[in-house]
Design a protein around this ligand. Structure first.
Ligand SMILES: [Zn+2]
Ligand SMILES: [Zn+2]
Ligand SMILES: [Zn+2]
Length: 340
């Protein structure tokens, strides 16, 4: 049996919040405003004109009405004016320096451009400088359809999904745009950095996609049966206690072993650093084995309210971190071995 612990208060609901009638209308209006070739072209011209470098003078790069009209190559001024007005406010702002995109327009465009700027790039069988967390062999990565699959050529890996190649140790979404101007090795490495920031934002309570509030659910498998990171048949997970973070607004989500959530805590980073380990580098190199090996115990200390204790041990010194029901650190105790 798996027990779920979730905080319910004014902000967090038991399910990610659905669309209300008001914002459903807003969404329909937003899509309607964009459902026109000329309007999309106006946005793309403004996107090209955008130059966020600090040395650039906005008054020289942002187009005036006439410049915008010329660049979009639309033949009737009055109709052009009409389309521009449909975008003004939500997607376009008129400033003294010229027309510019609003922040929401930039986000919409960057999402679309990130997904389409390169045509479905892929690569296969690239050996990269990142060791398998189970056996230490250097791993192989494949990338297609936006999914990066990392495999170990020497062991069974952790995933036991049917129809999957053998030895899979990670499957992660990566926007295809990340491969632009990068080798597969750089793509994998920089992607880990990007992913670490995403994970840390979730753990620290702000959605990395939209900055919305997060609902945290901690689940505990009461009959957990996993050895050497194999998947437990009761909960279909590797970790007995895990945390799931779901954005209340945009429904972005991640799920991770609870021990992993301590890696945003300064006392934990310092403890590893004192023992010659850089948690950031280990996370980015996917050397979770080193981190996980240091985790001595993960236990439920109290149920109401929920308290989870994670004990980390390195060279005989130990650090015990107490997490609450939102995976926030509420206490840290360090025990350092006395020099003989
Ligand atoms: Zn392996
Ligand atoms: Zn289990
Ligand atoms: Zn969000």
């Amino acid at each position: 049996m798996v027990t779920f612990y979730m905080v319910n208060d004014n902000v967090h609901s038991s399910q990610p919040k659905g669309l209300t009638e008001t914002n459903s209308t807003q969404v329909t209006e937003a899509f309607a405003a964009l459902a026109n070739e000329t309007r999309v072209e106006i946005l793309l011209v403004l996107w090209s004109a955008m130059d966020p470098r600090p040395e650039t003078d906005a008054s020289e790069t942002l187009p005036s009405f006439v410049e915008l009209y010329d660049r979009v190559k639309y033949d009737q001024t009055s109709n052009f004016q009409y389309h521009l007005e449909k975008l003004t406010g939500q997607f376009v702002n008129k400033t003294d320096e010229g027309y510019r995109l609003t922040t929401s327009a930039k986000r919409v465009l960057s999402t679309v451009l990130a997904g389409t700027v390169t045509d479905a790039p892929s690569f296969a069988e690239e050996r990269i400088d990142a060791a398998c967390m189970l056996c230490g062999t250097s791993t192989i990565v494949d990338y297609s359809d936006g999914v990066l699959t990392q495999r170990c050529p020497s062991c069974d890996g952790v995933s036991q999904e049917p129809n999957e190649p053998e030895g899979v140790i990670a499957k992660e979404y990566r926007p295809p745009v990340g491969l632009k101007n990068r080798t597969p090795q750089e793509f994998v490495q920089q992607g880990k950095t990007w992913q670490r920031h995403q994970r840390h934002a979730f753990i620290e309570g702000a959605c990395p996609e939209c900055s919305g509030t997060i609902t945290t659910t901690i689940s505990v498998c009461d009959d957990h049966d996993s050895h050497d990171l194999t998947v437990c048949q009761h909960c279909e997970r590797v970790h007995e206690i895990d945390a799931s973070f779901v954005c209340d607004v945009c429904k972005s989500s991640i799920r991770t072993g609870i021990w992993n959530t301590i890696l945003t805590e300064v006392a934990v980073i310092a403890f590893f650093h004192d023992h010659g380990l850089d948690t950031k580098a280990l996370e980015d190199k996917f050397e979770y084995g080193v981190l996980f090996d240091a985790v001595e115990q993960v236990t439920v200390d109290a149920e109401e309210p929920l308290e989870i204790a994670v004990k980390v041990e390195l060279d005989g010194d130990s650090l015990t971190i107490i997490l609450d029901d939102e995976a926030d650190v509420i206490d840290v105790t360090e025990r350092v071995r006395k020099a003989p």
